[in-house]
Each structure stands twice: as C-alpha cells, then as structure tokens.
Ligand binder design. Structure first.
Ligand code: ZN
Length: 278
C-alpha cells in the first residue's frame, strides 16, 4: 500500500511548494494536489518546475482534488466545471497525474434517489468523454452529510456500477463512510478496481448525520471502525494506496512539517496492521 498525502490536511497555512518539500522529506510516495493550491503555485512557478520536481524526487502526484458540485448545475456553473476539468487534464498530462476527484452537489431539493442517479450518470458520462481523451480517470466522492445528494457508499457504488465505464470509479473516504452509516456489506460486495482513491481519517463520536469535516481526527484517534474497513479492503483485494485527508482547523495551526509527519505516522500505524507499507 502506497502512502499518500492530501493537501487538505495542511490547507490553511501551507502551499504546494512546502507540502512537496516536507512530504518528500517524510517519505510519502504520493500526493493529492488541491486545485486552489495548484493555481496559487502557478502564480510564481511554471508547470515545467512542477514536472521537474516530480522527475527529481521520489514522491509522485496521484490525483487532483476536486471538481466540486458537478450535478444539477446551471449552464454557467457547469461550463466552469468543464473548464476546470480541461485545465486539470492538461496539467495532468505534463506531470503525469491521471485522476481527478469529482464531488456531487448539496441541497439539490426534493429529487428522488433515482433522479439523482440519472443526473450523476449523465454528468459523469459527459465529463468522462473529455477526461478519457487525456487518459484521465474520474473518482466520484460521496460526502457523508445529510444534505449531500450522494452520501453513502452503496448509493455511489450503484451509480458507478450502472455507469460501467473503466474511466469512472469512486473515492472511499472513511469519514464519509462512517458519517452517514454506510454499510460494510456494500463494501464487501464491491469490485476493488472501482475504488480509485482511499481516504483515511478518523472522527469524533457524533451521531449519524451530525459529523462535519472539522471533526476529523488523526487515524486511530477517533471512533471510526477503521479496522473493519481495512480488513474488508484486504478481503476484497484492494491494495493500491491510502491518502491521509483531514480538515481539522486545530491541525492547520500546527507546524506544517509536524502535521505532515504526524499524518504519515498515524496512518502507517493503523494501516500497517493489515497491509505492507511500500
Ligand atoms: Zn475525502
């Protein structure tokens, strides 16, 4: 299992240059790059600088985060998504980063699950038509909030399975999985090839539907049954990568290097019980 760092974990005070430096130093194999951090970086650096860094170092880019709220958009909003997609595909080509996280929309109104599925399939197919031209894959990330239109593993898997397209899979984020009570049976029945990205984290002990991203904790320090998720992933044959992703304001205020090291150590301790760390 390759260990990856998601830039959300140091979102407030760091930038791409610092995250790259400290992640390489800490021995991460992979990085998930945030779109906003990428844009900031390109204000003062070139894409060639970024490509050069990855060429000279061990750490490699794995995915971009994220195209947000892709479904139920008006024309202008959707055009922005398409423009961002094209931008990320073009950057991805230069630095060999071939996955993009895509997120469903919140507060869409009284749509039924089948209408949400239909809209998700329609939009994902349209975006995949573009992404595939660049060899890029899309990972649909459900969010474990009651007001997100796609908020459980089972609902997401059903969409991805219906879509049945090699270039479209999903993100399994332990926090989102736990937060809306996704069923472990649904993960047990999943094809590991459809899990494009695995986000690890933990959470404070709040009831179903009450958790928000700021309540994330370091892996192993909260109440999510990570052992069960990891054991199940091993059973179904998933073994690609694990990306540590927190959004906790308290950790954002820590020294950046300390945050990056703690993220890796806590992840390895939890994941190492089930998987060999590469
Ligand atoms: Zn996530």
């Amino acid at each position: 299992m390759k260990i990856c760092f998601n830039q959300a974990t140091t979102m407030k005070n760091s930038n791409l240059e610092k995250d790259l430096k400290y992640c390489e130093k800490a021995g991460y194999e992979l990085l998930e790059i945030r779109l906003d951090k990428l844009r900031d970086y390109l204000q003062e650096h070139s894409l060639a600088d970024l490509a050069d860094f990855f060429k000279k170092n061990r750490i490699k880019p794995y995915a971009f985060n994220a195209l947000e709220f892709i479904t139920f958009r008006d024309e202008e909003g959707y055009q922005q998504i398409k423009d961002d997609l094209k931008f990320l595909c073009e950057v991805g080509e230069k630095i060999n980063c071939k996955k993009i996280v895509v997120v469903p929309t919140f507060d869409v109104g009284d749509y039924t699950k089948s209408e949400i599925k239909e809209e998700s399939v329609r939009v994902l197919n349209d975006l995949a038509d573009t992404a595939e031209k660049y060899g890029v894959k899309l990972a649909y990330e459900f969010v474990g909030y009651p007001n997100c239109s796609v908020n459980t593993f089972g609902q997401t898997y059903d969409i991805i399975e219906t879509l049945d397209r090699e270039s479209v899979g999903l993100v399994l984020d332990c926090f989102h999985f736990h937060a809306m009570g996704s069923r472990i049976e649904d993960l047990k029945n999943a094809d590991p090839e459809k899990i494009f990205i695995f986000h690890i984290d933990d959470a404070e002990d709040l009831p179903v539907g009450a958790l928000r991203d700021d309540k994330r904790l370091w892996p192993g320090e909260g109440t999510i049954d990570l052992d069960l998720i990891l054991k199940t992933l091993k059973e179904i044959g998933y073994k690609e990568m694990v990306s540590v992703e927190l959004f906790r304001p308290e950790y954002w205020d820590w020294d950046i290097e300390k945050t990056i090291i703690t993220a890796k150590e806590t992840t390895e301790e939890v994941v190492g019980k089930y998987f060999e760390i590469e």
